[in-house]
Design a protein around this ligand. Structure first.
Ligand code: FES
Length: 99
């Protein structure tokens, strides 16, 4: 089991390797979406960029094509942004939401 800590929510979850980060947050009822995006999001298809997170510590795979395309503008402000729906948990992580 791996541990994923959601920094702002002050919660650490035990997670199976390979779990999807967005699904982990939703299953634990941790809000990763801000404002209206709680309702209006792409449900994990990588299209809306509303599940943006910052990986504060831990290793994740390189950003994929979907992330590079949909985060292009935001990456200029914060190069550490990722889409939670595109991340497979393969290491202990510390995650910042609402970035
Ligand atoms: S849920 Fe829409 S990009 Fe992740």
């Amino acid at each position: 089991m791996l541990e994923v800590t959601f920094e702002k929510q002050k919660r650490t979850l035990k997670v199976e390797p390979g779990a999807n980060l967005r699904q982990v947050a939703i299953a634990a009822k941790l809000g990763i979406y801000a404002h209206i995006f709680k309702l209006l999001n792409c449900r994990g298809r990588g299209l809306c960029a509303s599940c943006r997170v910052e990986i504060a510590s831990g290793q994740v795979a390189e950003r994929n094509e979907v992330e590079n395309k949909n985060l292009a503008r935001s990456l200029k402000k914060n190069p550490n942004l990722r889409l939670a729906c595109q991340i497979s948990v393969e290491d202990n992580l510390v995650v910042r939401t609402h970035v």
